[in-house]
Design a protein around this ligand. Structure first.
Ligand code: NAD
Ligand code: ZN
Length: 379
């Protein structure tokens, strides 16, 4: 390829300051170094995590930065030592990685790679700590090792899942993060059996993906719990059969659910980030076999409080990171679930914008109008 080993100049949406609209800039993208690949991004989508770090209310502001971590693209060139990917491969960059060598990667039970686990503070590449992006020689920070709001990006090869080239990248790009997190929380961790009942707390993108997992598992009842009644209409498309708004009840929501289900749900998945909801999700499962799974990211000072008797009564509490999927090993299989028509992706995509109007995607998310907005590069 003619661009191999060369600096590529292309468009990127740069966040110069916290909370300020992204600015379309021409950036230089350096060639991939050892264990890195350079990817031509074709589609990207916006996730809450991008918005959260862009607002930078809770953490050290790191700007200028190129955000973006849900995307699909094609490998343009590879760096030294990359053996499992080649130019032309269709790929999804992932915010967390799989080095293949650490105890976590060797364990069948973990996806929390020592080397490439999510790191929100890292602004350069692992190999040399340097950014591959610059504007007139001035470095621009990376985000989550993916920085997909750019026509080209450089990613560690351990954070790149090679997928079926037949899969439409404008759809499967959302498999990179939120969808897999919620889906895997149900399919890999809660593991409802056919005919069982599942309660999902929080009906945002992650919670709706957890509902999709419950639907795919053949759950007989999917109880959606949210404080925002606007979420209920949308959630019907995701197989949710009943709704509970904790604000509409005088008694604790655990008790409401226990009464609805003759003692408790078989499985629950918490996708809110609220510690109250986490406790409720645990306490609403049936004794003897109930399993609750925590997905939401709590606040710094939160503490989970429940009576130990709840455990002695044979309820199980679990948590998950990225739905327990190993990014390189398992994510191609999630794409196959879509290709086999088991997994429905289209219903998550509520908006589409050209790259030049990426700030609209932020508006839709901030107003709570979108589940996923696809951003088309080169448009
Ligand atoms: P979202 O804000 O779109 O949805 C959250 C929903 O929860 C909202 O509809 C809100 O009304 C509802 N909610 C809030 N408090 C509630 C309560 N007490 N009871 C019932 N409903 C309540 O968020 P999202 O993008 O779907 O993400 C959900 C959570 O998952 C976030 O905390 C996010 O940080 C987390 N997350 C975790 C992982 C992981 O690997 N564990 C990965 C991605 C996201
Ligand atoms: Zn590893």
């Amino acid at each position: 390829m003619s661009t191999t080993g060369q600096v590529i100049r292309c468009k990127a949406a740069v966040a110069w300051e916290a909370g300020k609209p992204l600015v379309m800039e021409e950036v230089e993208v350096a060639p991939p170094q050892k264990h890195e690949v350079r990817i031509k991004i074709l589609f990207t989508s916006l996730c809450h995590t991008d918005v959260y770090f862009w607002e930078a209310k809770g953490q050290t502001p790191l700007f200028p930065r190129i955000f973006g971590h849900e995307a699909g693209g094609i490998v343009e060139s590879i760096g030294e030592g990359v053996t499992d990917l080649q130019p032309g491969d269709h790929v999804l960059p992932i915010f967390t990685g799989e080095c293949g060598d650490c105890p976590h990667c060797h364990s069948e039970e973990s996806n929390m790679c020592d080397l490439l686990r999510i790191n929100t503070d890292r602004v350069g590449m692992i190999h040399d700590g340097v950014s591959r992006f610059s504007i007139n020689g001035k470095p621009i920070h990376h985000f989550l090792g993916t920085s997909t709001f750019s026509e080209y990006t450089v990613v560690h090869s351990g954070q790149v899942a090679k997928i079926n080239p037949e899969a439409p990248l404008d759809k499967v790009c959302i498999v990179s993060c939120g969808l897999s997190t919620g889906l895997g929380a149900t399919l890999n961790v809660a593991k409802p059996k056919k005919g069982q009942s599942v309660a999902v707390f929080g009906l945002g993108a992650v919670g709706l993906a957890a509902c999709e997992g419950a639907r795919m598992s053949g759950a007989s009842r999917i109880i959606g719990v949210d404080l925002n009644p606007k979420r209920f209409e949308e959630a019907k498309k995701f197989g949710v059969t009943e709704f509970v708004n904790p604000r509409e009840h005088d008694k604790p929501v655990q008790q409401v659910i226990a009464e609805m289900t003759n003692g408790g749900v078989d499985r629950s998945v918490e996708c809110t980030g609220s510690v109250q909801a986490m406790i409720q999700a645990f306490e609403c499962v049936h004794d003897g076999w109930g399993v609750a799974v925590l997905v939401g990211v709590p606040s710094k000072d939160d503490a989970f409080k429940t009576h130990p008797m709840n455990f002695l009564n044979e309820r199980t509490l679990k948590g998950t990171f990225f739905g327990n999927y190993k990014p390189k090993t398992d994510i191609p299989g999630v794409v196959e679930m879509y290709m086999n028509k088991e997994l429905e992706i289209e219903k998550f995509i509520t908006h589409t914008v050209p790259f030049s109007e990426i700030n609209k995607a932020f508006d839709y998310m901030l107003k709570g109008e979108s589940i996923r907005c696809i951003i088309t590069m080169g448009a």
